[in-house]
Design a protein around this ligand. Sequence first.
Ligand code: BEZ
Ligand code: FE
Length: 298
Amino acid sequence: MTDRTKSAAEQQAREEALVAEVLASFDNTPDDRLRELLQHLVRYVHDFIRETRLTEKEWSQAIDFLTAVGHITDDRRQEFILLSDTLGASMQTIAVNNAACADATEATVFGPYFVTDAPHVDLGGDISGGASGEPCWVEGTVTDTDGNPVADARMDIWEADDDGFYDVQYDDDRVAGRAWLTSDQNGEYRFWAVTPTPYPIPHDGPVGAMLAATKRSPVRAAHLHFMVTAPHRRTLVTHIFVSGDDYLTQDSVFGVKRSLVKDFVRQLPGTPTPDGRDLGDRTWSRVRFDIVLAPAAV
Ligand code: BEZ
Ligand code: FE
C-alpha cells in the first residue's frame, strides 16, 4: 500500500467512524419514530457533506443563510416554509402524504395565505369581495372515487387579485378574494371569482436571494386555491391553474400538476352569464373543475 492510498483509507475510515458515532448517539431514543427520523437525517447530512466535500467557508455561509431565514421569520412572514416550498420539499411531503387513489384530484401546496375566518357565500355567490380582476365563473362537481356526489362538502376558496396580492398582504384589514361555500345535494357548486394571474412569492429575503443567485423566477403560475373537506373523505388542498400561462413550467414552488391545469375560457363582452349577472362591456372567463375526493385513511 502506498502512503497515498494509506492516507485515503485512513481518511475514509475517520469519516465513516464519525457517522457511526453520531448514529449510535441516538440509539437509545425511546420514541422509535424520532430515532428513525434523526438517524436518517444524520446519514443524509453526512453524505451531503462528504460527497460535496463541503468547505468550512461554505458551511459557515449556509449557517449565515439559515440565520437570515430565521431573522426574517415572524408571525406574518414564514421564510422557512418559503424555503421548503422553493426547494420542492413541501410538494414532496404533499406527494408522500396524498397517495394516488383512483382518479382522486391531486393535491398541491397550501401556501401562506389561507385564513380561517373567511366569509361564507351562497352557491353562485361572489368570493372576490371587491378584489380587482376580470370576473370568472367557476363551476363543477364534488364526487367520491365511485362517482357518487358529495353533498355539503365545505369548499374554502382563496386567490390573489390581479395586482398579485392577497387581501392579507394589504395593511387595511380588507377581506377579499376568499370565501367558503358548500356543494349542493347533487355535489354541484358554482361561484364567481376573478380570473387568476401570476404573482411572485415574497422575494425580498434570503429565499429571494437564493432564487436570484440561481437565476430562478419567484413567480407562481396563476392559480385559484381550493380546500375541500367532507366527512369520511381525505381533505383536499389544491389549486387549479390556467392553461396557456407562461409560468406553468417554472412555478417557483413546483405546485403545478398537469391534471390541475384547466381551460379558463374567455367570454366576449355581452356574452350572457350563467346567472344573468350584467357585466356591461367587460370580458369574463369561465372554468369547470370537477373534484374527486379520496376516502379518508382508515
Ligand atoms: C401561494 O400559492 O399562495 C404560495 C405558495 C407557496 C409560497 C408562497 C405563496
Ligand atoms: Fe397562491
